[in-house]
Design a protein around this ligand. Structure first.
Ligand SMILES: C[S@@+](CC[C@H](N)C(=O)[O-])C[C@H]1O[C@@H](n2cnc3c(N)ncnc32)[C@H](O)[C@@H]1O
Length: 219
C-alpha cells in the first residue's frame, strides 16, 4: 500500500485525532486525510462532502492509496446533516464562518466527541461562535506551509454558552509567538484604518492588540 503524505496543515489536524475512535472528515475533497488515518489504523471512517466532484476525487484517492474494497464510507452531506455519529469530527480548509455554521448545526453533541477544526479565515469568529454555542477549546496548534501559518483548533461540547473576551477570540489557547504576533498586527492594522472615522472602535481594537502584546511577553 502506498503511504499517504500529508501537508503540514493536514498532518497537524491528523495528530489531534483519537485514532481509537471513528472519524468523519467533513468537506473531504481529495480524501487524503481519511486515507492517512485509515493507514494509521482508524477503522471506522466517513469522508463526506456537499459536492459530487470532490466525492469522485475522493473515490479516486481511496482506490489509489488503499484499494477499491476500502471500507471508508463516502457520504454526500451538507456539513453534518446526514452524519449520525463520529468520535472525531474534522472540518478543515474552509472559512471560519462556514465551519462555525457546520458545528453549530451539528446534532452529534456528546461531550466525548472531538471537533478538529482548521479555518482558512476568521479564527476569531469561529472561537466566539464555538463558545456561544456551548463548545470549549481544549487544544490549539499551528502548522507552517511556506509563508502561511495555520492554526488548528480542537474543541468539545459542554452545553454551556459563554462569551469570550476579544483578546481570547484572536488568540485562543495558542502560544505560538509567530501566530500571536500575526493576530496582533491584524488588530493594529484594523485599528489604524478606523482611527479617524470610528475612534471608539479604534480604542477597542488597540486595547485588544495591547492585551495580546502582554500574552506574547508571557509566552
Ligand atoms: C478547500 S476544500 C478543503 C479540503 C480538505 N478538507 C482540506 O482541508 O484540504 C473545501 C471542501 O469543502 C466542501 N464543502 C464546502 N461547503 C461544505 C458544506 N457545507 N458541507 C460539506 N462540505 C462542504 C467543498 O466541496 C470542498 O470539497
Amino acid at each position: 500500500m502506498m503511504a499517504v503524505k500529508l501537508s503540514p496543515r493536514l498532518l497537524a489536524a491528523a495528530e489531534l485525532v483519537n485514532v481509537n475512535g471513528s472519524v468523519c472528515d467533513v468537506g473531504t475533497d481529495h480524501a487524503l486525510l481519511p486515507c492517512y488515518l485509515y493507514q494509521k489504523g482508524v477503522k471506522n471512517i466517513i469522508a463526506s462532502d456537499i459536492n459530487d466532484g470532490p466525492l469522485v476525487a475522493a473515490r479516486e484517492t481511496i482506490e489509489k492509496y488503499i484499494g477499491a474494497d476500502c471500507p471508508i464510507r463516502l457520504v454526500k452531506s451538507d456539513g453534518l446533516r446526514s452524519i449520525d455519529y463520529a468520535d472525531n469530527v474534522i472540518v478543515a480548509g474552509m472559512g471560519g464562518e462556514l465551519i462555525a455554521r457546520i458545528v453549530s448545526e451539528c446534532s452529534i453533541l456528546k461531550p466525548d466527541v472531538s471537533f478538529i477544526l482548521q479555518q482558512m479565515t476568521k479564527a476569531e469568529i469561529l472561537r466566539r461562535e464555538l463558545y456561544k454555542n456551548g463548545f470549549r477549546i481544549t487544544a490549539e496548534r499551528t502548522a507552517e506551509e511556506g509563508d502561511k501559518l495555520y492554526v488548528i483548533i480542537k474543541a468539545e461540547y459542554t452545553g454551556i454558552s459563554e462569551e469570550i473576551s476579544d483578546a481570547f477570540s484572536y488568540t485562543g489557547l495558542c502560544k505560538d509567538k509567530k501566530y500571536l504576533e500575526k493576530q496582533k498586527s491584524i488588530l493594529l492594522k484594523a485599528a489604524e484604518s478606523c482611527k479617524n472615522s470610528a475612534p471608539d472602535r479604534y480604542s477597542v481594537l488597540f486595547a485588544t492588540a495591547q492585551e495580546i502584546e502582554k500574552i506574547i511577553n508571557e509566552v
